[in-house]
Design a protein around this ligand. Structure first.
Ligand code: XIL
Length: 459
């Protein structure tokens, strides 16, 4: 199409004129200051692996809440964690991560339904049809339990061998028959039709015998209608296994098969500028591939890494952003280097509520809406706070609990009162909400859930 460029310019100018006195902020006038916000402006997520037991560390959870809009439980959804004895499921650690993500509006990558590693000992000792059925039961039960909450599932992890053979990895699951992978994908689709279903692996980041074998499998699945939606590239890099030069081309060839691609466990051993440049290259590759949905780094601080000695992450052991953080944010198109303090608010750099041309400089308050998950004797209420036509810098939601009900546990807000009239005020990291944008908090209670809409007061 050869539409003259001037037409587009004239149209844009007309729209600006029509906007009149209203201030139109372009993204570049107010570049995103966090990884998650910058990725969101590019239509992508930026996530991290999360360990449930670290959430009580305020430096860790401060960075998590500030920077990331997707999470992957690092170990909590694996087979050994979720089904420690056969048909007896244990979701509490994973739930801690998932509930927090849901409250924060973050996506969840489920990891991993079927894998040769981190199996419970009862499964390690199984074989044949017994193991196949146990695996399918596991996939079904876990995907059903989390139905509707998972953006993407790693249905099968690491099923191909390293090296030049292009063969499947030998494992107890592989020995149940070559069709175990497609059987797992079909079971996952039946259990959670809305989740994207991914195949995930390492050493598949460039074109090589292993990635060619995965490519052939995906091509075969697509041609036979086996449900698969995405391929995850773990992207664990170090001197022995560096970022391949054909990384983007490899992502693109998979995308061309009609699946999304995701960078699922990124870490790059090293330091300084070299490490920073590699992270930026990974970001640029993902942004250049339309079907690359997002990037997940495998941990927050270097000290959180499964290979901590290689200092492969974006924050140092004290939680300060490294050069790699800055290069990653800037490659995402973000602009402002945040304070390393999780309590800092970006409000001073955002102008709509103070702009003299804003029609409502005092702010238009906020509204609160709820969703409830109730059971006999208890409930979880998730409350969404949405700013009106101006940015708000703080909020308080108020509601009255039914008689006999009380608040037992609150996240992402500070509760005042536990029964009767109770109120919830923002915590340090979620008071600032841009015009029209939302944040969520939640609380658990005993008794029956309130049915009225909470009031919302802004500051
Ligand atoms: C790792 C975790 O980070 C460690 O805490 C655990 O001890 C072992 O597993 N590929 C994967 C991840 O798919 O699940 C692995 O995570 C890292 C390699």
């Amino acid at each position: 199409m050869t539409r003259p460029r001037t037409t587009v310019v004239a149209l844009a100018a007309g729209l600006l004129a029509a906007a009149g006195a209203f201030v139109v902020l372009s993204p570049s006038a107010n570049a995103a200051a966090t990884l998650g916000a910058a990725a969101a402006e590019k239509g992508r997520y930026f996530g991290t692996a999360v360990a449930a037991y670290k959430l009580s560390d305020s430096v860790y959870s401060g960075i998590l809440n500030r920077e990331f809009n997707s999470v992957t439980p690092e170990n909590e959804m694996k087979w050994d964690a979720t089904e420690p004895s056969q048909n007896s499921f244990s979701f509490s650690s994973a739930d801690t991560i998932v509930n927090r993500a849901v409250a924060n509006g973050a996506k969840v990558r489920g990891h991993a339904l079927a894998w040769h590693s981190q199996q419970p000992s009862w499964a390690q000792n199984m074989s044949g049809t017994t193991l196949r059925n146990a695996m399918l039961n596991h996939v079904t039960r876990v995907a059903t339990y989390y139905r509707g909450k998972i953006d993407s599932w790693d249905v099968v992890n690491e099923a191909f061998a390293d090296g030049s053979t292009g063969a499947r990895r030998d494992s107890n699951l592989q020995r149940t028959g070559n069709d175990w992978i497609e059987a797992a994908f079909r079971a996952a689709r039946a259990a959670d039709p809305a989740a994207k279903l991914c195949y995930n692996d390492y050493n598949t980041d460039g074109q090589n015998a292993k990635s060619n074998a995965v490519y052939a499998m995906v091509q075969d699945f697509k041609s036979r209608g086996v449900p698969i939606d995405c391929v995850g590239f773990q992207s664990h890099f170090n001197a022995q296994s560096p970022l391949p030069s054909d990384y983007q081309a490899n992502l693109q060839r998979f995308a061309n098969l009609g699946v999304d691609v995701q960078i699922t466990e990124l870490d790059i051993e090293g330091s300084g500028t070299t490490q920073a440049n590699s992270f930026a290259s990974v970001v640029r590759a993902c942004l250049a591939v339309t079907r690359c949905n997002g990037i997940t780094v495998w941990g927050i601080r270097d000290s959180d890494s499964w290979r901590a000695s290689g200092t492969p992450l974006l924050f140092d052991g004290n939680g300060n952003p490294k050069a790699a953080y800055n290069s990653t944010l800037s490659a995402l198109g973000g602009g402002t280097n945040p304070s390393s303090s999780p309590t800092s608010s970006p409000s001073t750099s955002i102008s709509p509520s103070t702009s003299p041309s804003n029609p409502n400089p005092g702010g238009s308050g906020c509204t609160a809406t709820t969703s409830v998950n109730a059971w006999n004797g208890g409930f979880v209420l998730t409350v969404k706070i949405t700013a009106g036509s101006a940015r708000i810098n703080g909020w308080t939601a108020g509601l009255t609990l039914p008689s006999g009900s009380s608040v037992t546990n609150t996240w992402n807000a500070t509760a005042s009162g536990t029964s009767g009239a109770v109120s919830f005020t923002n915590v340090s990291y979620n008071g600032g909400v841009n015009a029209g944008a939302s944040t969520e908090f939640g609380f658990q209670g005993t008794g029956s859930a309130p049915t009225t809409t909470p009031t919302c007061t802004s500051r």
